[in-house]
Write a protein of this length. Structure first.
Length: 269
């Protein structure tokens, strides 16, 4: 069974509710060219939706002018700040660090590279604000969602990675980095192991998210900078999957291992 989904764009239920502040946690590494246009677009969307917010960039010591750019935007009155990590690295751990630094209890995670359109934010945070969902995913694989400008090879890789995670979650797009979760749900995480780039999948499994909703999004190619996805990240994803399968299905996996060992023992006698 797939997670329920809602098509976008459409009027947001969040806008009609009593305002609940949202913390947007955005990991960055050498994304200085994207920071200003992203912040201005977020501000426009959330002001129109009547949603109070803060933007928290979690930067892996880019040294590219990101700190200065954020300071200049904050000086204009935008609710934006940056947390620079000097020693830690990695998108997933940056998200977790951002959750711990965030001022508000509703979290929204998105990429800094403008591949995630801020216009979807009100619909993604809405079910978290109302309490009707544990986790909301901006999905490319439901009504209203699609990917633009991706070559066939990248589509095949994405499809394969998604298929490998099917037994772990009801989400149609567990690879998505555009999602929302409440602090209370995050604090339920057991054995959280933030490695690689697929922190959304990690949170859905480790936090025991049962009520997963999906909002269709159009995923575009980045406007500035280079992709951070490498072969190392693919290896980390496989390692992550092994840990999540063990967490979700410990008994069946243990039985399978014992069965293999028994067969090998018999063959070697």
């Amino acid at each position: 069974r797939r997670g329920s989904h809602r098509e976008c764009p459409r009027p947001s239920a969040a806008a009609a509710m009593a305002p609940t502040a949202v913390s947007l946690v955005i990991p960055t590494y050498k994304e200085v060219l994207n920071i200003e246009p992203l912040c201005k677009r977020i501000d426009e969307v959330l002001k129109d939706a009547g949603i109070p917010y803060e933007i928290l960039f979690v930067d892996d010591n880019s040294n590219d002018g990101s700190e200065e750019k954020v300071a200049s935007l904050a000086a204009t009155g935008l609710p934006v700040r940056i947390h620079v990590r000097k020693t830690e690295r990695g998108l997933s751990s940056a998200v977790v660090a951002g959750f711990r630094e965030a001022k508000n209890d509703v979290f929204l995670v998105m990429d800094a590279d403008l591949q995630h359109d801020p216009k979807y934010i009100p619909d993604i945070v809405g079910p978290i604000i109302s309490g009707q969902a544990d986790f909301v995913v901006g999905s490319r694989n439901v009504g209203g969602g699609k990917v633009e400008d991706w070559p066939l090879v990248r589509r095949i890789i994405s499809w394969g990675a998604t298929a490998m995670a099917v037994p772990l979650t009801s989400s149609s797009d567990p690879m998505s980095g555009f999602f929302s979760i409440h602090r209370k749900t995050f604090e339920k995480a057991k054995g959280l192991n933030p490695m690689g780039y697929k922190i959304g999948l990690e949170l859905m499994v480790r936090c025991g998210c049962k009520k997963v909703e999906e909002v269709g999004i159009v995923f575009r190619d980045r406007e500035h900078g280079e992709s951070k996805l490498t072969m190392k990240q693919n290896v980390l994803y496989v390692r992550q999957l092994l840990g999540l399968y063990w967490a979700a299905y410990p008994l069946p996996i243990l039985v399978a291992i014992l069965a293999v060992l028994f067969v090998l023992y018999k063959l070697l006698l």
